[in-house]
Every structure is written in C-alpha cells, then in structure tokens.
Design a protein around this ligand. Structure first.
Ligand code: XMP
Length: 512
C-alpha cells in the first residue's frame, strides 16, 4: 500500500476507473473501493483524500448506493462527482431533484477563478455532464463556485471544510480542463506531493518482494504476454535466480512465438527458465473436441496438469507468482450489469489452491499502461510490451471446430502475414487487437487455371480500451487487398479471405 493515496469510493459509474487512471497520471496513487466498504477498513487504508464517484443510480432509488456517513468525519478533503455531489448535498441538508431525462451534454460553465480548485483555468470552461438528478437547493454550509445555464450549481464548496463537489465529470476528455481540476484538488487542496510513478513503484516493489519472499523460491507461469513478462522481469530484478519461470509451449501459439519467448528469457535474464514442450499433450487431449467451452476446459486443465508436473520437480518452491493487474482485483460495483458468464477464460487461476503455494502478485496495484512503463524501466523490448492481447487458449479459440496440427500451422502462417503487414504499414499500434480465424469450411477457387477447394480465413481487427467492448476497425481497402493477395498466394490451403465487421457487443472479439 502507498502512504500517499487517494481513495475513490465507487458507486458504480462507468467512469470510476477513469478517475483512478487520471489521478495516477497526475502522480497520485489511487485505489478504488466499493461504496459499501466499512468505515474501519477505509480508515485502515489511511487515504489522504476521498473522491466520491458518479453512479448509474438516482439518489432516491430504493437500492441506491449509500456509504457510511462517517466518511465525513475522517477529516480529509473530499471531492464529490455527480452522484457523489448529490449525496453530499443531501447529507448536508440541501435538496436534490430528479430531472426527467438523463443529461449527457457538453456545457459551458463560468467559474470562480479565485477558487483553488480552478487555479490556472479560464473564466469559461467546457465540461461534460451526465446526471439524472441535480442539486435544486444548496445546503447553507455550501457556496457555489461554478455555474452553467443547465447546471446552476456546477461546482460547490463547503464553507469551512475541504469538501468540494462537481456536477460534471472532470475525468473525461470532454471536460477540457478536467485533469487540471483534479490536479488542483489533489495537490493544492489535499496536499499530495504527486511523486508517485511506475518507476517509484518498481523500487518499492523490489523491497517488498525481497521482504516477503526471503530466501525461498518462486515459480511463475510465463506466457510471453505483457503481464507475465513484466512480472518475470520484476521478480528477476528482485530475487534473481530464486525465480523459476516455466513456459508451457501449448503448440497453440503464434508463429515463432515459443522460440522468441525462449530466446528472450533464457538469454537475457538471470532466472532459471524452463520451457516445457507440451504441444503433443495438448493436441492429444483436444482430439475430437469441437465445443468452444469444452475446448477451453480441456486446455485449462491440461495447462494445470503440465505446470503441476513441472512444479513437482522443484520441492523447495514456496511461492507462485501471478501477473494479476489492478482491474482484476477491484471489487466491481457495476450495479446494473448482467453477470452472465459468456466464456470461461483460461488463466492460471486454478493453480494455487491445488498446489498449496503462497501467491505473490507484484503488479496487482497497476493498470496495463503502467505495467508497460514498469516493463520499459526493466529493459523489456517494445515488441513484447506493446503486443496485442493474446488469449490463454491461444489459436485453439481461433479455429472453430476440431483442432489439428495442420490447421494450426495454416493459421500461424496466415496470422503472421496479417500482423507483419500491419506492422509494415504502421497500423499495428492503431488497432487494439488483430488476428486471423481459420473457418471450418472450404470453398471453391481457382489457382493457376486449376480448381481449388481450400479453407476460408477471416481477418479481425478491433479498437478497444480494455476488451469489454470493441469496434471493428476500418482498415484501408488497399491494405486489405494486399494482405489478402499475400495470404492466398503464400499460404497453402487457403483460397478465400473475409473481413469481420462485427463489433462487441453483440459479437465477442474472439470467435469462440
Ligand atoms: P472476448 O472474445 O471475450 O475477448 O470478447 C476479450 C479479450 O479477452 C481475450 N481473451 C482471453 N484472454 N484468456 C485470456 O487471457 C482467455 O481465455 C481469453 N479469451 C479471450 C481476447 O483475446 C480479447 O482480447
């Protein structure tokens, strides 16, 4: 835990994580806690400031989120945002009225330039509002510090306490100087030094890891993805040869991937690196399996079996390291979200219980972009840090129907050309994820005057921020033409390419 932390109480707004990311960008470490966190637990975290998030709820809905009112007595600066503001107004005796329709709009407000919260801003500011309710009467102990035509109480301040509230979202880009407002709250009002950074995290983390691990050994399932690679590099720096990294080659990786991971980690790092070639086992276990969920289960179980068998050879291991990131550990308050499971994701989550190892998760406080910065600091190459996400079950979920070695090889070659061309044409980093899918159908074609009957491949490229929603990417037609021509002429067994133009939802990113 960081000793200079702002705590964000989450009432279930879709922007809560944006507040956390924004404060970190400003050099202030933040954590998110659900609104129902007991007061004692909040006190234990020793936050230096509190931000109350927005919400999809109206204040007077029956099951609207209500935190412990004792937070007002913590004596630390508070910033309420939308729902957070209305809650404060209600608690202090003001009035909140429900507006007939949710307002999603950009608005020009006039601010009190003398106020510390608006230090360095111009008298008119453009802000983004999205509230169902709005303040209709201010509590006596508050004053207005910004007004707009539609939001007369755009920003308010307590007369004697460091409590501020905004009826707009400072954390979204549509509020042009929102970051400056947050910065003023954190540094000018709450007194944060603003010296948190992923670099400072590395130093602190190395000390913590050494203290926790002592002279014991740590096992890591290293996939070559960003999270496990940075975890490996960090642990390597902290405990060197006490780390044993196990890379399981599932035979379902991208072209040359297994070789590249082996070369990188066995040549450049001090850790013990073990590559287990388990391709045969995975293919054997997947024989005849067609159902997507069944595939995922078989792969997850095979992975655990292979990893465990390797782990049993190392009797002196006490810890299992995992590349868990902050979004995975936040207790989610997406109150109105459905909890229907769409796909059973494969990761190494099934391991620790069975293996009775203690867990170390050195990245659990960080967001992905911060993890990349840590990786950079530790000397990991850009091509590892900036690569697209790749699913645990690998190419298996990109080959609908039964998986064979022949199909995997065809797909590896197709995918390789697509990715290579994206990189050559400066498009790789403009999309969030791109890959090819080998469809379980063949179609008729003609090559060198002869009839062919070969596989169809789909290309998919999407834009996204975290994979929960995605837009299909409009790649340039000449680029698609070139990729298609290259694949069909260079890859045996493929005579037709289609481009996937479905967004998520209703489609998912992967096909299975
Ligand atoms: P979907 O297909 O659910 O994918 O829209 C969202 C993101 O998650 C990745 N993905 C996985 N990642 N294990 C992983 O580590 C998995 O089992 C898995 N399945 C999907 C997918 O590539 C996309 O980035």
């Amino acid at each position: 835990m960081n000793n200079e932390m702002v705590l964000i109480l989450d009432f279930g707004s879709k922007y809560t994580q944006d507040i956390a990311r924004a404060t970190r960008r400003l050099g202030v470490y933040s954590e998110i806690a659900p609104y129902y966190t007991p007061l004692e637990k909040i006190k234990d975290k020793k936050p230096r400031g509190l931000i109350l998030s927005g919400s999809t709820y109206n204040l007077f809905e029956e099951d609207a989120p209500k935190p412990d009112k004792g937070i007002l007595d913590l004596g630390i600066p508070i910033l309420g945002v939308c729902y957070g503001m209305q809650l404060l107004v209600h608690w202090f005796g003001g009035k909140v009225a429900t507006t007939p329709e949710r307002k999603y709009s950009s608005e020009s407000i006039e601010i009190d330039q003398e106020n510390l919260l608006f230090s360095g801003l111009t008298i008119k500011e453009s802000v983004w509002t999205s509230c169902d309710d709005s303040v209709s009467q201010l509590p006596e102990c508050f004053v207005t510090i910004a007004t707009g035509v539609n939001t007369p109480y755009a920003a308010i301040q307590h007369r004697s306490k460091k409590i501020y509230a905004l009826e707009f979202h400072p954390e979204v880009t549509e509020t042009h100087n929102g970051l400056k407002i947050l910065d003023n709250f954190l540094k000018k009002i709450a007194g944060f030094s603003g010296n948190w950074s992923p670099e400072s995290f590395v130093e602190k983390s190395i000390k913590d890891i050494r203290q926790v691990v002592g002279d014991k050994k740590v096992l890591l399932a290293l996939s070559g993805g960003v999270d496990s690679s940075v975890t490996a590099a960090l642990l390597d720096k902290a405990i060197g040869d006490q780390l044993i990294s196990v890379f399981v080659d599932t035979g379902l990786m991208r072209k040359n991937e297994a070789q590249e991971v082996k070369e990188l980690f066995s040549e450049h790092w001090a850790m013990e690196f073990i590559a287990v070639d388990a391709g045969e086992t995975f293919h054997r276990n997947l024989k005849g399996v067609q159902d997507p969920e069944q595939k995922r289960k078989v792969i997850g179980k095979t992975f655990i079996d292979v990893f465990e068998a390797e782990a049993e050879k190392h009797t002196d291991v006490e810890f299992l390291a995992q590349g868990t990131l902050y979004p995975d550990v936040i207790e989610s308050v997406s109150l109105k979200d459905s909890t229907v499971k769409i796909k059973s994701h494969h990761n190494v989550g099934g391991l620790p219980e069975k293996m009775k190892l203690k867990i170390v998760e050195p990245l659990r406080e960080l967001y992905k972009d911060e993890v990349r910065e840590v990786g950079r600091e530790l000397g990991l190459p850009e091509n590892v840090l900036m690569r697209h996400p790749f699913p645990g079950p690998g190419l298996a979920v990109r080959i609908p129907g039964e998986i064979t070695k022949e199909k995997v090889e065809i797909l590896q070659n197709v995918d390789h050309i697509f990715i290579q061309e994206l990189k050559n044409n400066d498009l790789y980093h403009k999309v969030w994820q791109a890959f090819a899918v080998l469809l379980p159908i063949q179609s008729v074609g003609v090559k060198d005057g002869n009839r062919t009957y070969e596989y169809v491949c789909a290309l998919r490229a999407v834009g996204s921020t975290d994979g929960t929603t995605a837009e299909w990417s409009e790649l340039p037609t000449p680029f698609l033409r070139k990729v298609s021509d290259r694949i069909i002429s260079e890859v045996d067994g493929v005579n037709r390419i289609v481009y996937d133009i479905s967004s998520k939802p209703p489609a998912t990113i992967e096909w299975e």
